[in-house]
Every structure is written in structure tokens, then in C-alpha cells.
Design a protein around this ligand. Structure first.
Ligand SMILES: Cc1cc2nc3c(=O)[nH]c(=O)nc-3n(C[C@H](O)[C@H](O)[C@H](O)COP(=O)(O)O)c2cc1C
Length: 191
């Protein structure tokens, strides 16, 4: 069974550890899983007046990618104990797009930070935000890349064995959940 995953990273900076983590996920993707990385860099700040004129092209592009994906992988930085504004802004825009592109998607969550907690607080904030989007977040395994500056080499590869194993486990769990949801018989609407 093939699984198309859209990866969403919450940092725009060159050399972002969260972006490197998504690139690493592409390299470690299990057989049958293809991971594309969304580009959030041209999404403007959310403004209801802009929305009233029509959704910006960048928002429409990412919304279509979300809609077409079987599953999502989100890597968020931790900014002041929460998710980055970049990620929240993108989610806010996408949540307004008709057709609710996120609804029912399995979502794996991870984070990378130079701190010892690896962005744990941001992940729990992200889980709260995802409630309204009606996704299927994986509860486990959890993957926090702490001391991220020590775990990637100069080529941007994740070299820490435990982190690589954790990423394998996260992607395997995402594949299993996506397959489970694809196979599930549609539930008849209650009369
Ligand atoms: C505005 C700002 C706030 C931050 N707040 C936190 C924080 O609360 N917890 C934490 O672990 N790291 C914090 N950091 C450090 C980031 O997690 C670290 O810079 C990380 O590398 C950012 O992700 P990136 O490498 O994907 O860009 C903060 C960084 C910035 C710029």
C-alpha cells in the first residue's frame, strides 16, 4: 500500500533542525511511503480581509497538498514554550479553507530543539491546536530531538542512533495508522 505523506515544518530558517528532521524522514521513509515537504515561506500573515478577497495562492497550494496527502508529519520548533508563529499562521489559514483539508488525516508530531526537552512543550500545544482540525494525531511514539545541534552532522544528517530509531518508529506508526484508516469501511451515517 502506498502512503503519501505531507511534511510540514514550522521553521523557515536555513539550517533549521526541524527541516533537517523532515529531510531525514524522507531518507528513512519505510517502503511504500513517499514524503513531500510543504513550503510555508510564501504564506502571508492571516488576515480576514485578505481571505474575503480570496485565499492567497500559497494557501491554496498547501491546502491542496494537505487534501491529497494520506497522512501528515509535523515538525515544530519550540518558541517561548509553544509552536512557532509560522506553523500556527499556516494552520490558521488552512483551517479556513472550505472542504476542511485536515479532517480525518493521521498526523505524526515531532520537534527538534537545542534544549534538553527537545520541544516537548510545543508538541503539547500543537496537540491542543489540532483538536479543532479533527485529525487523528498519533499519541505514541513521541519523538523529541533534544540537543539537536549535537545530533546532526555537517551534511544535515541525523547521526544520533536513538533519534534515528525513534524516527523509524514514528514513521512506521504513521504508516500503520494511515493503512488502518484507508482500509476502514465507511461508517453509515446515523439516520
Ligand atoms: C523566539 C524564540 C523562542 C524560543 N523559545 C524556545 C523555547 O521556549 N524552548 C526551547 O526549547 N527552545 C526555544 N528556542 C530555541 C529554538 O527551539 C531553537 O532555536 C531551534 O533550533 C529552532 O528550530 P529550528 O532549528 O527548526 O529553526 C527559541 C528560539 C526563538 C527564536
Amino acid at each position: 500500500m502506498s502512503i503519501r505523506v505531507l511534511a510540514i515544518g514550522g521553521s523557515l530558517r536555513q539550517g533549521s533542525f526541524n527541516h533537517l528532521l523532515l529531510r531525514q524522514a524522507q531518507r528513512q521513509a519505510p517502503e511504500g511511503m513517499v514524503i513531500d515537504i510543504a513550503d510555508l515561506s510564501d504564506i502571508p500573515l492571516y488576515n480576514g480581509d485578505v481571505q474575503a478577497q480570496g485565499f492567497p495562492a500559497a494557501v491554496q497550494r498547501v491546502a491542496a497538498q494537505v487534501a491529497q496527502a494520506d497522512a501528515l508529519l509535523i515538525a515544530t520548533p519550540e518558541y517561548n514554550y509553544s509552536i512557532s508563529g509560522v506553523l500556527k499562521n499556516a494552520i490558521d489559514w488552512l483551517s479556513r479553507v472550505p472542504g476542511t483539508p485536515f479532517q480525518g488525516k493521521p498526523v505524526a508530531i515531532t520537534s527538534a530543539s537545542m534544549s534538553g526537552l527537545g520541544g516537548a512543550r510545543a508538541q503539547y500545544h500543537l496537540r491542543q491546536v489540532l483538536v479543532y482540525l479533527d485529525v487523528h494525531p498519533l499519541n505514541k511514539p513521541e519523538l523529541f530531538i533534544s540537543a539537536a545541534h549535537e545530533k546532526f552532522n555537517a551534511q544535515g544528517e541525523l547521526t544520533d542512533a536513538a533519534s534515528r530509531a525513534g524516527l523509524d518508529a514514528l514513521l512506521a506508526a504513521l504508516a500503520a495508522r494511515a493503512a488502518q484508516l484507508q482500509l476502514r469501511e465507511p461508517v453509515a451515517e446515523a439516520a
